[in-house]
Structure formats: structure tokens, C-alpha cells
Design a protein around this ligand. Structure first.
Ligand SMILES: [Zn+2]
Ligand SMILES: [Zn+2]
Length: 272
């Protein structure tokens, strides 16, 4: 069995293993050292957010059984994409591709904020009235499908090695749970950490109700793009414990934090 076959055969197990492992660690951290007090009952929110995750996983598996890794194998077979044209040392191409894929996610995030029809979908992520690790996995099903199609296009253009795609996906999965964590990290440590990775305090700014802050800090894993492209805001206006999370127009928990409200949100106006 060669490396591609092994990755294809075990990709789901590897991803699920990392998902549940990190999920449990973050959930414990949130209980032991929370950053903020949650405003609505955790059980209700978690049930909605996690049901959406399960629904999204099922829909994506049905629509795209082989997902991003399959796309990378296909691109390699067809010799599509930049990295399938040249003989670049493995390690170098893996590093470059992981970084480029992260840049693509940053640009995609910028786009879903600024194109009105996509913002309708992405609002679901922002409407969560609280902020914890389950916020990091809550995206409208149509946004998940859009992300997958964009990922296919990027992979076809880039032609990344399989390993790069798996590393990128696993890292993104871990960092999304980490940087949405309602966890306390001392300011001194956060300051150093956010030079290398998007921290919970850095991404929480992106979930502030103030529009200027909502449209900042778009990075998910690498924090450099925001500084490079001028979208970086260091801290929320009222501080982390006092800041209001969510969107100004979506304050009704029935709409913002119930599964039916979340799924219908792109097609409905805000409920009082
Ligand atoms: Zn966003
Ligand atoms: Zn977020």
C-alpha cells in the first residue's frame, strides 16, 4: 500500500480522532479556566451547534464522498495545478502548500463577509450569542458546501501533495476549536502565541457586535494575513469579559441559537 492509499483509507479515522481528542481537551479547559461567563444555557446551545455539525458532516459526505483529499489525488493523476508541474522537494512543497491553503481560507473568509449573498450564509457563524469551541464548528450547511467547492478549485490550481491537504485540514480543524475556545490564557502568553497562531482572544474580536470589529481578524490558523493586509485589530473595545458577542440584529435566541432558526436564517429577516 503506498502513502496515497493509506491516507485515503485512514483520512476519516485520523480526522475524527483529532476532532474528538481536541474537542474533549478544549471542553475540559473551558470548564476549568473559562474566559467569560456564558449568557445562555450551554446544553441548549451545544445541542443546536453539534446537531448542525452532524448534519453538515452527513451532507458533505453524501455530496463529496472523497472530499479534499480525493480532489488532490485527482489533480495529481491529471497533472493539474502548479505543484504537479515541477519537481519540488517534498518537505518544501508541503510547507508552501499548507501556508497557501491557509491564505486561501483567509481570502475566502474576507469574501463571505463582503459579498452580500455569502454574508447571509456566514451570518449563521456570527449570530451565536455566546462564544465557545462549538461556535468554531457552526456554519450553515450551504456555506460548508461553498467552502468545499472553493477548496476543490484551489486544489486544482495549486496541485498540492496529499500530505499537505491532510495536514491543512487537521490543523484547521484543531485551530478552529482552539481559537473559538472560551478559555483563559494569560495576556503575556497570548501576546507571544498570537505571533504564530490565531488565539482565542484574537478571534473573539471577530465575534464582537461592533461591525468594524466583526469585519476584522479573518485568519483561522496563521495570524499573519490580518497584519499583512491591514485587517488586524488587537483587542475588543470593552475588554474580553464585557464585550457583547454576536450580531446587533440577531439577539433572539430562538433564531440565533436554535437549529431551525439557524438553518432558516439566510432566508429570513431578523426576529425581534
Ligand atoms: Zn467571519
Ligand atoms: Zn469564528
Amino acid at each position: 500500500m503506498n502513502l496515497s492509499d493509506w491516507i485515503l483509507a485512514n483520512e476519516l479515522a485520523v480526522r475524527l480522532g483529532f476532532f474528538f481528542g481536541v474537542f474533549i481537551l478544549m471542553a475540559l479547559w473551558e470548564i476549568l479556566l473559562p474566559r467569560r461567563r456564558l449568557s445562555i444555557a450551554k446544553a441548549t446551545r451545544w445541542l443546536s451547534n453539534m446537531t448542525l455539525v452532524v448534519l453538515n458532516s452527513l451532507v458533505l459526505r453524501l455530496l463529496f464522498p472523497v472530499a479534499a483529499v480525493g480532489a488532490a489525488i485527482y489533480a495529481e493523476e491529471k497533472a493539474w495545478g502548479l505543484f504537479n508541474q515541477f519537481d519540488i522537494p517534498d518537505l518544501l512543497s508541503v510547507v508552501i502548500c499548507v501556508v497557501v491553503l491557509d491564505l486561501a481560507i483567509y481570502l475566502q473568509h474576507l469574501m463571505v463577509h463582503h459579498v452580500p449573498v455569502f454574508w447571509r450564509l456566514h451570518r449563521v457563524h456570527h449570530a451565536d450569542l455566546d462564544y465557545d469551541l462549538t461556535t468554531g464548528t457552526r456554519f450553515h450547511t450551504l456555506e460548508m458546501i461553498l467552502s468545499m467547492l472553493i477548496k476543490f478549485a484551489v486544489i486544482a490550481l495549486l496541485g498540492p501533495p496529499l500530505v499537505a491537504v491532510v495536514i491543512f485540514e487537521v490543523v484547521l480543524n484543531i485551530t478552529a476549536m482552539f481559537n473559538h475556545g472560551n478559555v483563559y490564557i494569560a495576556e503575556k502568553i497570548d501576546r507571544v502565541l498570537r505571533l504564530f497562531v490565531v488565539t482565542p482572544d484574537m478571534h473573539r474580536v471577530h465575534h464582537s457586535v461592533h461591525p468594524a470589529l466583526t469585519h476584522s481578524n479573518f485568519g483561522f490558523s496563521l495570524p499573519w494575513w490580518d497584519r499583512l493586509f491591514g485587517t488586524y485589530r488587537a483587542q475588543p473595545l470593552e475588554g474580553h469579559t464585557e464585550m457583547q458577542i454576536g450580531l446587533p440584529d440577531y439577539r433572539n435566541p430562538q433564531q440565533a441559537n436554535r437549529l431551525d432558526g439557524m438553518l432558516m436564517m439566510p432566508f429570513k429577516s431578523p426576529q425581534a
